[in-house]
Design a protein around this ligand. Structure first.
Ligand code: AMP
Length: 287
């Protein structure tokens, strides 16, 4: 496994791989790797001759009062995990390499970026779309792997790739969870002991939504109300949003007639957690 820090070298390496007729599978991450990331990496390993993982805590996607400085970073452990998972290259640039002085170009996917998480994190998805398109140009991946855990992000990236005719196939893989159902996240390390116990309420609310649909409830307002009252029972939980939206345009839907995204963001103490499931009128899928 090779660690590559310069954009030029990464582009040269990728060009050589492609000249040999090999496919590049790419997993963009911010590091602090866990089993969620590793499930994407393993799939990339299975499907492609070459695997590139990027590790870059992207300043452009953090708001001024967000956790950029304290975001967990452990490159030594991450590179060990990547090496064990059979990764060929880690692309590990510094912020100066990605955003040199005078940097001016940003990508906004209109309509999808200012709803759900975008409402409380203005500019976040502009930062995400920008860095991911830069990474696609650098790594020249054939297939890029994203987690359903960040469903809005995955939907935005898919739209960007389609609108800008980017020659990359985007695959979205299921959310990996802890035993009690909490979605794995690099931010879970922020949770204190009691908060960690309470954080399972996000998953419980999603399970409740799935059960209600299975039993025949179709009206979203009714489902959302029940989910919110379950979450509100938790003393450190503060709801950012609980919504049921269309999978393509992320706009709220009134009644479940087709596949829909049930998405929520909840603060447990100071830690903002997100989770989601996809449900259809017969019950929940893609949990
Ligand atoms: P991050 O390092 O948080 O930016 O995440 C990098 C990639 O890993 C994104 O595509 C995430 O959606 C994905 N990911 C993060 N957590 C999980 C999880 N629990 N299960 C599956 N994928 C995940």
């Amino acid at each position: 496994m090779k660690i590559v820090t310069s954009i030029k070298s990464m582009q040269l390496i990728s060009r050589r791989i492609k000249e040999r007729g090999c496919r590049i599978g790419f997993v963009p991450t911010m590091g602090a790797l866990h089993q969620g990331h590793l499930s994407l990496i393993r799939r990339a390993r299975k499907d492609n001759e070459s695997v590139v993982v990027s590790i870059f805590v992207n300043p452009a996607q953090f708001g001024p009062r967000e956790d950029f400085d304290k975001y967990p970073r452990d490159f030594k452990k991450d590179s060990r995990l990547c090496s064990e998972a059979g990764v060929d290259f880690i692309f590990y640039p510094c912020a100066q390499e990605m955003y040199p002085e005078g940097y001016k170009t940003y990508i906004t996917v209109n309509g999808l970026s200012d709803v759900l998480c975008g409402r409380s994190r203005p500019g976040h998805f502009r930062g995400v779309a920008t860095v991911v398109s830069k990474l696609f140009n650098i790594v020249q991946a054939d297939v890029a792997y994203f987690g359903q855990k960040d469903a809005q992000q995955a939907i935005i990236i898919k739209k960007m790739v389609s609108d800008l005719n980017m020659p990359v196939n985007v695959k979205i893989l299921p959310t990996i969870r802890e035993k009690d159902g909490l979605a794995m996240s690099s931010r879970n390390v922020y949770l204190g002991k009691d908060e960690r116990k309470e954080s399972v309420v996000l998953y419980q609310a999603l399970v409740l939504a799935g059960k209600m649909v299975k039993k025949g409830t179709r009206i979203c307002a009714v489902i959302i109300k029940k989910m919110k009252s379950l979450i509100e029972k938790s003393k450190n939980a503060k709801i950012d949003y609980v919504e049921i939206v269309d999978l393509d345009n992320l706009s709220p839907i009134k009644e479940i007639k087709d596949k829909a995204l049930v998405a929520l963001a909840v603060r447990i103490g100071k830690t903002r957690l997100i989770d989601n499931i996809i449900i259809n009128p017969n019950g929940n899928i893609g949990i």
